[in-house]
Design a protein around this ligand. Structure first.
Ligand code: GTP
Ligand code: MG
Length: 198
């Protein structure tokens, strides 16, 4: 699925610029700087497909990537939520964009909700999870930056996250632990995407 061509399609700064809903989509959501764009690059084996940065707030629009020729599905890189230092208006705009897309996109097949291994789930993640539950959009919780924590801490955060996932009807029971740095969990995540797309 990921060995064929993958190409940037377009950026949507607001909902009226979304591409036609021709194929199913898989979206990368999560707090600012959690590693969404890095994970998309790692998953697709393309170093600079999605732009990454050390500074939170790098991704500011919904970015759509076509996978397969003929087109099989699309990956969607999203702006992060919960970026405290963003100007209020900007944070509000991103929040509406992300929420409206996640809630209302008919072709959205699955969301990947990324969570920093060092921090675990935050209230803003829980809000997004609740919203996805209500919209009946299934999602996978994905721990990121696993290379940054000790094995014992990783086990602990996996356990806590799995316990919370059980309380959310649309959450997949399995937590996928990843590192875009070492490649940990990338094959598992690819399989999750393949399962979702079928
Ligand atoms: P926004 O677009 O601003 O919301 O951020 P994002 O979620 O797309 O994060 P991005 O991929 O830009 O990564 C943020 C920073 O974390 C960058 O400096 C990355 O190099 C770093 N990073 C991402 N994934 C990993 C990882 O698995 N391990 C380590 N050590 N660093 C990572
Ligand atoms: Mg990004």
């Amino acid at each position: 699925l990921f060995s064929g061509p993958i190409a940037f399609l377009k950026s949507a700064p607001s909902l009226q610029f979304l591409p036609e809903p021709e194929v199913e989509e898989i979206a990368f959501a999560g707090r600012s700087n959690v590693g969404k764009s890095s994970l998309l690059n790692k998953l697709t084996n393309r170093r600079d497909l999605a732009r990454t940065s050390n500074t939170p707030g790098r991704t500011q629009e919904l970015n759509f990537f076509d996978v397969g020729q003929p087109l099989r599905f699309r990956l969607v890189d999203m702006p992060g939520y919960g970026f405290a230092k963003a100007p209020k208006e900007v944070a509000r705009k991103w929040r509406f964009l992300v929420n409206d897309y996640l809630r209302g996109r008919q072709v959205l097949k699955r969301a990947l909700v990324l969570v920093d291994s060092r921090h675990g789930l935050k209230d803003i993640d829980r809000e997004v999870m609740k919203m996805l539950d209500d919209a009946a959009v299934s999602y996978h919780l994905v721990l990121t930056k696993a290379d940054k924590v000790k094995a014992s801490e990783l086990q602990e955060v996996e356990k806590r996250t799995a316990e919370e996932a059980r309380k959310h009807p649309a959450a997949h029971p399995e937590i996928v632990t990843t590192s875009s740095e070492t490649g940990l969990g990338i094959d598992r995540l690819r399989r999750a995407v393949v399962e979702a797309i079928g």
